[in-house]
Design a protein around this ligand. Structure first.
Ligand code: PHE
Ligand code: CO
Length: 299
């Protein structure tokens, strides 16, 4: 950390060969005083829009914990202010970062119960979609569930598991873990007495996907099964073709308590599953109609 130089805004590079992700490594102080009126207005617009949409769509723990954190549309929250209730609830703490982190750095933070939050917020022309995490996605989407003790333990275990996979198992195991993160932390659904609800941060921070994941007939909704998820490919450029629903956070945590060494070995010997495929053995909650999916695409 260097007090003299302001933190950078590390974004993907758009080039004629497509988008190239850029990585940052260090931790930065949130330059709260440097946010413009426009930045606060982007936060307010996104915050209000999602809070209107999410009652009866997001899971109860997300909604209740977001209240408990006292996030509001008034201004971009200060990381320090969120850290007080967060530390008290689960011992997690937010740290500011400049952009995407290399995998090892990200795992290390999670294993230490530190959640990296991008300090900068998207531009007004990116309200509906941004390819990379920004402050709105990270704070609004991820932080409420870190207040839940079981989910908080899952996230730490994931970080520790990632470090272990890097040391002992290599790229295939890391891909399996990335899929697990994608289909749970980012795009997970949960079964509640009143019906299916959202807990994934990638969904709650997106207006379109918050509606699509629950209301569209197109995607599959399937009961969470660890190895099934670790074999399933995912798309980053469209809504998900398949969502996996957990029964509760205890189920998610319990499934990942076992030693993954034999699981990585089994998954390595089994074919990957296309993002939109349904398997014989799936516990299907909704079989997708596939409407609007491109014919013959890798789904
Ligand atoms: N149990 C896993 C292992 O033995 C670690 C892990 C925990 C991975 C939670 C993902 C989520 O490696
Ligand atoms: Co995220």
């Amino acid at each position: 950390m260097n007090a003299a130089s302001p933190p950078r805004r590390v974004e993907n590079l758009a080039t004629d060969r497509g988008v190239i992700p850029q990585y940052a490594t260090g931790v930065v102080e949130q330059p709260w005083g440097s946010y413009s009126r426009g930045d606060h207005a982007v936060w307010a617009a996104l915050f209000q829009r999602q809070r209107e949409l999410l009652p009866d769509r997001a899971c109860t723990t997300f909604l209740a914990n977001q209240q408990a954190l006292a996030m509001s549309a008034d201004a971009i929250p200060r990381f320090d202010a969120l850290n007080r209730p967060l530390r008290a609830a689960t011992g997690w703490e937010l740290v500011g970062v400049e952009g995407l982190l290399p995998e090892a750095v990200f795992f290390e933070h999670l294993a230490q119960r530190r959640f990296p939050v991008t300090w900068w917020i998207r531009r007004p022309d990116q309200l509906d979609y941004i390819a990379e995490p920004d402050l709105f996605h990270d704070l609004f989407g991820h932080v409420p569930l870190l207040m839940n003790p079981v989910f908080a333990d899952y996230m730490q275990a994931y970080g520790a598991g990632g470090l272990r996979a890097q040391r002992e198992f290599g790229d295939e195991a890391l891909l399996n873990l990335t899929r697990l993160y994608w289909y749970t932390v980012e795009f997970g659904l949960i079964r509640e007495p009143a019906g299916l609800r959202i807990y994934g941060a990638g969904i709650v921070s997106s207006k379109g996907e918050s509606i699509h994941c629950l209301e569209s007939h197109a995607p599959n909704r399937i009961g969470f099964e660890l190895e099934r998820v670790m074999r399933t490919r995912y798309r980053i450029d469209s809504y998900q073709k398949t969502y996996f629903a957990i029964d509760d956070f205890e189920q998610l945590f319990a499934a990942t308590q076992q030693d993954f060494a034999p699981i990585y070995a089994r998954v390595a010997g089994a074919p990957a599953i296309p993002a939109g495929a349904v398997q014989e053995s799936d516990r299907v909650l909704h079989r997708g109609s596939r409407e609007g999916w491109p014919e013959g695409a890798d789904v």
